[in-house]
Design a protein around this ligand. Structure first.
Ligand SMILES: [Zn+2]
Length: 304
């Protein structure tokens, strides 16, 4: 059950500053209580400057083990410790295959329960704003995580605790956010020291060493290289994606930019990608938006 609103009045809550001023090398005082909610360990690196500044409570759906079976949680815990952030009650809880199986099998209890737990923690910890994965059509678990976040925020709000809801791009470029919308976003341009710490953390994260960007694992890159038509879809995203692209961190009001780059065609990227792997005999089946993600969205939508 979601606890009711904390007893003190809303005016006692720390003020929310949508645009922190220039980040010092290591800001120490968060302007509000924050939570980070992501599908996989490693995503926190995408918003590492903000992580240091906001020191959020961190929720991670899976252990990031993927097909390798090796959990990434310990690597992420090191990042959080160094940044002063702390793990929340849902933290690398599910192995990736369990999540895929649940999505494919329509076993949504796991997601419903996670949303309830998240909502409860948001209220108990008096979280003012949540930052989490955007729905990009690139990876079904990222998109499922976004659905869980939205449901949890809805539940917390229904319980009388107002929580703001932000997303950030994992595949899409964070520096591409329209300047006219930045007033509403948490938009950081990291100073040199903060940026250097971020790059060092990214380089030191062993499971991500081969990736050009956090969402692109080595296997995925190989497939893209042999299937030009898929690579083409992501070209606008990957173009010019050097280290400097990671200097800007942009957390947008959730859903404010519509579908992510993976939805550039009517079928999301993750479906077309999985179809290739099924054709190669490497995957057994394809997670599809209409068959799998939309029913999950419906189930979670009914919660709040
Ligand atoms: Zn991921």
């Amino acid at each position: 059950m979601i606890p009711r609103k904390p007893t003190d009045s809303a005016t006692d809550r720390p003020s929310y500053d949508a645009q922190p001023k220039t980040l010092n090398s290591r800001p120490t005082v968060p302007v509000a209580r924050a939570a980070l909610v992501v599908a996989h360990p490693g995503h926190e690196l995408c918003v590492h400057g903000w992580l240091e500044a906001a020191r959020p409570l961190v929720f991670i759906l899976t252990d990031g083990s993927g097909r390798s079976g090796k959990s990434r949680v310990a690597s992420t815990t090191k990042i959080l410790d160094a940044a002063g952030a702390r793990p929340g009650p849902v933290y690398g809880r599910f192995p990736d295959p369990a999540i895929y199986k649940a999505i494919m099998g329509g076993e949504f209890a796991l997601f419903v329960k996670s949303a309830e737990e998240l909502a409860e923690a948001l209220v108990l910890e008096r979280i003012d704003y949540v930052v989490g994965d955007a729905r990009e059509g690139y990876n079904p678990v990222h998109d499922a995580c976004r659905l869980v976040i939205d449901a949890a925020v809805g539940l917390a709000n229904r319980a009388g605790w107002q929580v703001k809801n932000f997303d950030f791009a994992l595949i899409g470029r964070q520096d591409a956010y329209p300047s006219e919308l930045r007033e509403e976003a948490i938009w950081l341009r990291l100073d040199d020291q903060t940026f250097e710490r971020k790059l060092t953390a990214m380089r030191a994260y062993p499971e991500l060493a081969d990736e050009v960007s956090l969402g692109l694992d080595a296997e995925r890159l190989k497939i893209l290289q042999t299937h030009g038509e898929l690579l083409k879809d992501l070209e606008p995203v990957l173009e010019g994606l050097g280290a400097e692209a990671f200097r800007v961190e942009c957390m947008r009001p959730a859903g404010s930019v519509g579908d992510g780059p993976g939805f550039s065609k009517s079928v999301p990227f993750y479906e077309r990608y999985a179809e290739k792997l099924v054709a190669q005999g490497r995957y057994d089946s394809v997670i599809r938006y209409r068959e799998h993600l939309r029913p999950l969205a419906d189930a979670l939508g009914q919660m709040s």
